[in-house]
Design a protein. Sequence first.
Length: 224
Amino acid sequence: MNPLLVVDEVTVSFDGFLALSALTLTLQPGELRCIVGPNGAGKTTLQDVITGKTRPTAGRVLFAGRDITHLAEHEIVALGIGRKFQRPTVFPSHTVLENLELTVHGSKAVSRGLFVRLSADQRQAIDRTLELIGLTEQGGRAAGLLSHGQKQWLEIGMRLAPSCTKAASWPRVPCAKCRPTRESSKSTWERDSCSKSAISTSTTAAATRCGGRRSPWPRDRARS
């Protein structure tokens, strides 16, 4: 199996200080890696390099076989790499469903955003994402009314939904590797063990879950 992500001999130097020194990391599809270390060990710098915020002094980063070392941050996002920080950043006045809708819209231009309609594939992607994050029953609820933990799940879903529209390998029904599990922590990274990979700088493990299949779409918002 070809690796999904390869960090190849990456070095990052800040005025002579080596934040990363010839670091190599390989991530297979469905694999989770937790990067553990003290402050200053280079955990954040590693994610900065992967997401395009920081350019490495040496080395390269490959995603699905493509060299993304010198791509802009928005170009890397468009390829399917997302990043979540510790504090949840959701749109509190919008519903859970609307928060996810905003992430799967192709164009962010105001003129198109006002009149765009979701495709069937995009609606299906949101359905699958809601199942994965366990918020199917909360689809019509304002995000600001969610608990802190639910907001965390929602933001994780907002990172996953855009990629889900392109991922035909996402499971249509819960599979043997996606049994519901729960682990509470300040920082937990969620991923689909069947087709996704994730890196977390937390010391906690990740949980995978699949929810029920009831549709979250309000009756007055007919599917296309």
